[in-house]
Design a protein around this ligand. Sequence first.
Ligand SMILES: *[C@@H]1O[C@H](CO)[C@@H](O)[C@H](O)[C@H]1NC(C)=O
Ligand SMILES: *[C@@H]1O[C@H](CO)[C@@H](O)[C@H](O)[C@H]1NC(C)=O
Length: 214
Amino acid sequence: MASSFSLFFSFLLLLLAISTCCSTNPEGEALHVLRTRLHDPTNVLQSWDPTLVNPCTWFHVTCDDHNRVIRLDLGNSNISGPLGPELGSLKNLQYLELYRNNFEGKIPKELGNLKNLVSMDLYGNQLQGEIPKSFGKLKSLRFLRLNNNKLTGSIPRELASLSNLKVLDVSNNDLCGTIPIDGPFTSFPLGSFDNNSRLNGPELQGLVPYDFGC
Ligand SMILES: *[C@@H]1O[C@H](CO)[C@@H](O)[C@H](O)[C@H]1NC(C)=O
Ligand SMILES: *[C@@H]1O[C@H](CO)[C@@H](O)[C@H](O)[C@H]1NC(C)=O
């Protein structure tokens, strides 16, 4: 009696082990959720198999030695559809490369949670709405290219606190207001702000930022 009970118990443990071993980890789950919303006419995301133990063997995904996702490389991939909040859960992400696709809708504010992000390239899409103020939390960020989208609103003042930011490009959007003058903004060329018909020049020192036409 006792031994058949322990046999049954071992069997239960085995079932539990099987059911937890072969599903993907939270980062894989986040990427899979993103994929389910996207239109991918050239099957760039075909290798994204959610039954694998982690997403580290998927094409266009790169992990570090601890199987944590550090890069997402989906530039020039003909993908359309909305980005989503789940991208903000890839806490170790350093490179988010989604340029030249047809991503649409708003930029999720949750991308501001990517504390290790070095480069965010969202240029050449159909993104709308405002640049999230939460980007002021991206203290590791060096490259931020949001050009050639349909972004509106003003440039968040929070971006002036990004002391590592070396390259900013928001040209070819529909931004308004004035260009900040402090922090990294002292070194960005005016070309970074080109072709935003309602964006005015750098704000004047000592004056309260005045959002012309915003
Ligand atoms: C994207 O679509 C174009 C035209 O349909 C095609 O030539 C190109 O190879 C596609 N790109 C990828 C990465 O599949
Ligand atoms: C200005 O930006 C808009 C929005 O991205 C774009 O459609 C348009 O072609 C750009 N104009 C020029 C002259 O580059």
